[in-house]
Design a protein around this ligand. Structure first.
Ligand SMILES: CC(C)(COP(=O)(O)OP(=O)(O)OC[C@H]1O[C@@H](n2cnc3c(N)ncnc32)[C@H](O)[C@@H]1OP(=O)(O)O)[C@@H](O)C(=O)NCCC(=O)NCCS
Length: 141
């Protein structure tokens, strides 16, 4: 649940937050939750933000950035700085983003329990399962 005394705001993304997003995206402890875990370089991020900056929003706690949420083609991407986990910030961002993009969905790894709890706790239901083949470039195991 959202801590009642937290001063949270969701604001539009601006250039001054681009690096904050990249740092969260590359954070070793958060990365395990992301589907794509490759390190994002400044150059890649600059290009990505050039294209998608308006799809991202920043969560401020007392005017300090503590998380981001983005929606691209109705797909939600979200992260909260580790030291602010479990305070309801993820939930706050998702509820705000649903006001703007009510048809949004999320792709979540089966190992990402925090994220599953977040979305299921907000009433999202499971719709698809992706099966990955055991084939590798070296052949069948
Ligand atoms: C997923 C993530 C955004 C959740 O943010 P958060 O601010 O900690 O989430 P909240 O505090 O709003 O918690 C929402 C619910 O999830 C639960 N939860 C959060 N982290 C949890 C964890 N590690 N294990 C179990 N439940 C957890 C909370 O208890 C809460 O449940 P409640 O409503 O029943 O109280 C955050 O863990 C994160 O940034 N993870 C790394 C990036 C990531 O995986 N992004 C998602 C890709 S789809």
């Amino acid at each position: 649940m959202v801590e009642p005394d937290l001063n949270l705001k969701l604001i539009e993304n601006e250039r001054k937050y681009f690096e904050f997003i990249r740092v969260l995206r590359n954070d070793e402890s958060l990365k395990v939750g992301f589907i794509n875990q490759e390190e994002i370089t400044s150059e890649q991020h600059e290009l990505y933000m050039h294209k998608h900056h308006a799809a991202y929003f920043i969560c401020l706690l007392d005017d300090e950035p503590v998380g981001y949420v983005g929606v691209i083609e109705n797909d939600i991407r979200i992260a909260v700085s580790t030291e602010y986990h479990n305070l309801g910030i993820g939930k706050f961002m998702v509820s705000e983003i649903l006001k703007r993009f009510p048809a949004s969905t999320a792709k979540v790894k089966v190992t990402n329990i925090a994220s599953q709890k977040l979305f299921e706790g907000m009433g999202f239901t499971k719709e698809f399962i992706t099966y990955r083949s055991p084939f590798t470039p070296e052949g069948f195991p």
